[in-house]
Design a protein around this ligand. Structure first.
Ligand code: ZN
Ligand code: ZN
Length: 347
């Protein structure tokens, strides 16, 4: 089923013609719960991986682990399944279900907790994109397959204001010469800092949309006129931010979009260690839409904006959250695919 963004209330370039030259295509991914395979684009689905290639592990500093949930992605997903099934039947967990969850946890503790010093930190698949599924965008370095993995723990090291959340790791593949008969199951992380680091498997329904630069990236004169227009059209209090929320920036999981500026210094580009301005690769959000961005809820989902207690919100299909309703931005170097990925977290 496709997902279609409702038209914007007006063509913003009819009000500010100079924005036409500043537009950029972003691809909304519209993840929805499903059963994607390795051969599909997905959030949280299985990914193609050559069996003879080591599975990546996180090398950053972790811990202390006293507060960390000892659990596996499978247990976290099973817990969600039981809780959501109970909620949609308007009941609490049965004693048997509670025992089942507790048994899972105890089994896992017994398997994993002997010697924290020897723990490895395998990454968790977050996003996989097959190039033919997003024909509107050029893939980084002309890749056929893009994979984003992350570590489900917090990190002390900081590359940027992201504070090491998720520590995204990118794999770019040029040829899919992977024998499907030898697909393997990657090692699962044994420690999960928060359950929202574990995505639910979701199929994608990519859709291109037109975006415009964020207000801070506009030249000062235009930014002032946009702000005045917001006040005049939408009210001096409520109107502020309308341009960004309604016209400029689509919410949710997406690839690409206008060039982004640095957190904390809104006029500075995000630079690679080599000095090149980095390419804005993708956004990992906390929801597909919220009260401020509900106008972007796809036409097919408009009836799903209400939720009963305990049920998964239609606007949070992946169960991934980034901080407190924030979003993670991931950047790659356009000059050299081996240069480190950068990420940060913005509101
Ligand atoms: Zn890590
Ligand atoms: Zn670089």
């Amino acid at each position: 089923m496709v997902r279609v963004t409702p038209p914007r209330p007006l063509d913003i370039t009819s009000v500010f013609p100079e924005l036409a030259g500043l537009s950029a295509t972003a691809v909304r991914l519209h993840p929805r719960p499903g059963k994607p395979t390795e051969w599909d684009s997905s959030v949280g689905g299985p990914i193609l991986w050559p069996p003879d290639e080591p599975w990546p592990t996180c090398q950053l500093d972790h811990g202390p682990f006293d507060q960390v949930e000892i659990s596996s992605p499978a247990d976290i997903r099973e817990t969600r399944r039981l809780l959501e099934a109970a909620a949609s039947a308007h009941r609490s967990l049965t004693e048997q279900e509670q025992d089942e969850l507790e048994d899972n946890l105890e089994d896992h503790r017994a398997r994993s907790c002997d010697s924290p010093d020897e723990l490895e930190f395998p990454l968790l698949p977050l996003l996989q994109i097959h190039a033919p599924d997003v024909p509107w965008l050029e893939m980084p370095h002309g890749a056929e397959l893009l994979q984003v993995l992350w570590c489900p723990l917090l990190h002390d090291q900081t590359d940027s204001p992201s504070n090491g959340v998720g520590a995204p790791w990118i794999s770019v593949r040029f040829h899919l010469d992977i024998d499907p008969l030898t697909l393997f199951t990657p090692p699962a992380p044994q420690l999960i800092e928060y359950d929202w680091f574990v995505p639910e498997p979701c199929a994608l329904h990519p859709e291109p949309v037109t975006e415009y630069p964020q207000p801070a990236a506009l030249d000062r004169g235009l930014a002032q006129r946009v702000e005045q227009w917001e006040r005049d059209e939408y009210g001096s209090a409520e109107g502020v931010g309308t341009y960004e929320r309604v016209f400029a920036t689509a919410p949710g999981w997406k690839l690409g979009g206008p060039p982004q500026s640095s957190f904390g210094d809104e006029r500075a580009a995000i630079l690679c260690v080599c000095g090149a301005p980095m390419r804005y690769l993708c956004t990992v959000p906390s929801c597909e839409w919220d009260a401020g961005t509900v106008s972007w809820a796809p036409i097919e989902d408009v009836g799903l904006t209400e939720v009963r207690p305990g049920e998964r919100r239609a606007s949070e299909p992946t169960c991934v959250r980034v901080g407190d309703s924030q979003r993670l931005r991931i950047f790659v170097c356009p000059a050299d695919r081996d240069h480190p990925v950068r990420s940060d977290i913005v509101v």
